[in-house]
Design a protein around this ligand. Structure first.
Ligand SMILES: [Zn+2]
Ligand SMILES: [Zn+2]
Length: 344
């Protein structure tokens, strides 16, 4: 079968590999659509750990891809809850089941947490092998494209559910990449009224407006915080940090009202500093979430019932053979792109 295999920095090859076999308690999925994520892009541009993952025991080269949907084509011995022909979305978290966090059900915070597609072969391939607990069945009215968006939506949706947002609140979202846009949709679905989106790119802001942002602000302006404070009578209830850099974190802290909250969703690759005086004066709360847990069924229901129109974040559909040029290189160079889906 064909797979897009990561061999090293900027070395992703679409190549012929052996079709994987199911072991007991595993499921083989024919991949329908797989989304390219910022973390795939990070692996492509900056590398992956070359050490064997403590749970999977596997190390690169891997087929990347952890946001995918597919059809079950084979089930291993011991699989009782799923069968051939089911249409599914994959929850790609790998966890030990035995550590402090896992024992409390916080499997996203497993001390050895990993991802299908980053710590073992993933969804940029014709077939993928997954564990039974990773499989979530899609209702007939949820398309495979929507199925591939369940994973990134879960990141944003979980952060919104964990935040202090209540219906009627105002929010600010810093960063309008895929996670920022999905946060926008989730906050809107959760009842946010004013939704202010800040980004450097005019094109991304246009997309945010299309998706329901009530105000868009260009990220290079020096009156971002004043504008937000004026629009919201002293600050937003929740600022979602979806960019992961110092200027956006600083603005997020400055934009929340007394008792407000900064929820960091983006991955920060460098430490940032926070004005604790400001946090204390406002008795604000600065917090974060990592991935998601126990929300795939809810995300699928939200899509199925029309409350989250996630297809709006798709900017391009491509074939697996074009993944390097049309996918990874395009995402690196073209800020207009939000979510690119790949069909193996
Ligand atoms: Zn991702
Ligand atoms: Zn664990």
């Amino acid at each position: 079968m064909k797979a897009a295999v990561w061999h090293g920095i900027k070395d992703l090859r679409v190549e012929e590999v052996n079709e994987p076999k199911v072991a007991s308690n595993q499921i083989k999925v024919k991949v329908e659509w797989a989304g390219i994520c910022g973390s795939d892009l990070h692996a492509y541009l900056h590398g992956l750990s070359m050490n064997a993952h403590p749970i999977t025991g596997e190390k690169p080269p891997f087929a990347l891809g952890h946001e995918f949907s597919g059809t079950i084509v084979e089930v291993g011995e011991g699989i009782t809850r799923h069968q051939i022909g089911e249409r599914v979305a994959i929850e790609p978290l790998i966890y030990c089941g035995d550590c402090y966090a896992c024992k409390r059900g916080f499997y996203n915070q497993c001390s050895q947490v990993g991802f299908v597609g980053l710590n073992r072969n993933g969804g940029f391939a014709e077939y993928a092998i997954v564990d039974e607990n990773m499989v979530h069945v899609l209702p007939d009215n949820v398309s495979f494209e929507e199925g591939a968006l369940v994973e990134p939506t879960a990141v944003s949706f979980y952060a919104v559910r964990e935040s202090k947002l209540k219906a009627g609140d105002s929010v600010a979202i810093f960063g309008a990449g895929p996670i920022g846009l999905l946060t926008l949709l989730s906050a809107k679905a959760a009842g946010a009224t004013q939704i202010i989106v800040v980004d450097l790119s005019e094109e991304r802001l246009k997309k945010a407006k299309e998706l329901g942002a009530t105000t868009i602000i260009e990220g290079n302006r020096d009156d971002i915080v004043d504008t937000i404070l004026n629009l919201t009578n002293g600050g937003v209830s929740v600022a979602y940090e979806c960019a992961g850099v110092q200027p956006t974190m600083t603005n997020a802290v400055a934009s929340v009202k007394q008792g407000g909250q900064v929820m960091a969703i983006a991955v920060f690759t460098k430490p940032v500093s926070i004005d604790m005086g400001q946090v204390m004066f406002k008795a604000a709360n600065v917090t974060s979430t990592l991935a998601y847990r126990h929300v795939f069924p809810e995300v699928i229901d939200m899509i199925s019932t029309g409350r989250l129109d996630v297809t709006k974040v798709i900017t391009k559909n491509i074939e697996l053979t074009d993944i390097v040029e049309e996918g990874f290189n395009q995402l690196t160079n073209d800020v207009k792109q939000a979510k690119i889906l790949v069909r193996p």
